[in-house]
Write a protein that binds this ligand. Structure first.
Ligand SMILES: NC(=O)c1ccc[n+]([C@@H]2O[C@H](COP(=O)([O-])OP(=O)(O)OC[C@H]3O[C@@H](n4cnc5c(N)ncnc54)[C@H](OP(=O)(O)O)[C@@H]3O)[C@@H](O)[C@H]2O)c1
Length: 314
């Protein structure tokens, strides 16, 4: 297959573009599904700013259709939620108009459009708004986005779902390797903090599901192989506060004396409203055979740190 990856220098895009055919990814999928690894030999076309701007309508459409792709995966976007809040036009452009361009391109190419959505489309002001035994939001739950980021991400899903062949995958919170170009992620910040400080303040009043970008790749590959389409929540059901992730990270990396101080979103001084709870669950994938099961975040974090240490790739 020919696969175009847009936003190929971001956390998710890098995992998709750089590791799509990596035998270790196939080995991870095989171990997860209890089967033998397969050889992956897809053609990957990574596209990113500054050479490729998904918002430049005609240039983007022409560039993509010329490649004659089978699949266009859109991992581009802007995750700087506070920065976007007063910049509604930029958010519309980079999230919604961009996907409208991709929709035209995939229709012309006869390709599948894969779009990523976020758990932020379900806004809960505080954890007291979520019952303790709540299993997470499913595909049939009604979104109620609050920030400009979340509203435009939801609108981008709507546009993607107008494409005749589409897969929209909602995620809670990503971690994984980043480039200097990415907006970063919690675990990347924790890695950076190791050389800078012995005490760190991390949010303790938000619950999410941390997902390793490589696990999103593993899941996507099996979803494509099974021909899954429509809206799907990508989740293994595990959950954590950012503070719990930080504590686990320092424990796993042998920095057990690091002090992790829990702070509230209010004290953090955030501008845009953030959902206190973004854990998802999937009604669609629960019964689908042969689809990669997202591991518990603690396992994924350990595997990521091992992989990072041992490989020449990261
Ligand atoms: N991060 C999370 O926790 C999370 C959670 C749920 C859903 N998602 C969704 O998952 C997707 C990927 O997120 P991520 O964390 O990997 O994002 P990221 O690290 O910020 O990467 C986004 C990438 O998109 C590129 N990009 C931005 N505008 C572009 C344009 N006009 N044309 C081409 N490329 C452009 C960026 O390039 P430059 O850096 O050069 O600008 C960057 O490489 C996004 O749709 C995001 O909303 C993320």
């Amino acid at each position: 297959m020919k696969i175009v990856v847009i936003g190929s220098r971001g956390t998710l895009g890098m995992a998709l573009a750089d590791f799509w055919n990596d035998p270790r990814v196939e080995a991870r999928i095989a171990a997860n599904l209890g089967r033998d690894p397969v050889v992956s030999n897809d053609e990957i076309f990574p596209l990113n700013l500054p050479d490729f701007d998904v918002c430049s309508r005609m240039l983007a459409i022409d560039a993509i259709t010329e490649l004659e792709p089978d699949v266009v995966v859109n991992a581009s976007g802007i995750n700087l939620v506070d920065w976007l809040e007063p910049r509604g036009n930029t958010a519309m452009n980079v999230h919604v108009h961009a996907v409208a361009n991709l929709k035209t391109a995939v229709e012309r190419a006869g390709a599948l459009l894969v779009q990523f959505g976020c758990g932020e489309v379900f806004y809960r002001e505080s954890l007291s708004d979520v019952p303790p035994d709540f299993p997470g939001f499913s595909e049939s739950d009604e979104p109620n986005p609050a920030s400009v980021y979340a509203k435009t991400k939801l609108e981008s899903e709507r546009v993607a779902r107008e494409a005749s062949d589409h897969l929209v995958l909602r995620l809670s919170s990503l971690f994984g390797e980043t480039s200097e170009y990415s907006s970063g992620n919690l675990v990347a910040s924790l890695i950076n903090s190791l050389s800078r400080t012995t005490k760190i303040s991390v949010l303790s009043d938000r619950v999410m599901e941390p997902l390793w970008s490589i696990d999103v790749l593993c899941a996507l590959k099996t979803l494509l192989a099974r021909g899954v389409r429509g809206l799907c929540h990508l989740s293994g059901g595990s959950r954590a506060t950012p503070k719990e992730v930080a504590e686990r990270f320092f424990w796993e990396t042998g920095h057990r004396k690091r002090e992790v101080v829990g702070i509230s979103s209010k004290d953090y001084g955030e501008v845009a409203p953030r959902s206190a709870f973004t854990v998802l669950r999937s009604e669609t994938l629960g019964s689908t055979e042969g689809v990669y099961r997202i591991p518990d975040w603690r396992t994924a974090l350990r595997d990521y740190l091992d992989w990072r240490q041992g490989g020449s790739i990261f």
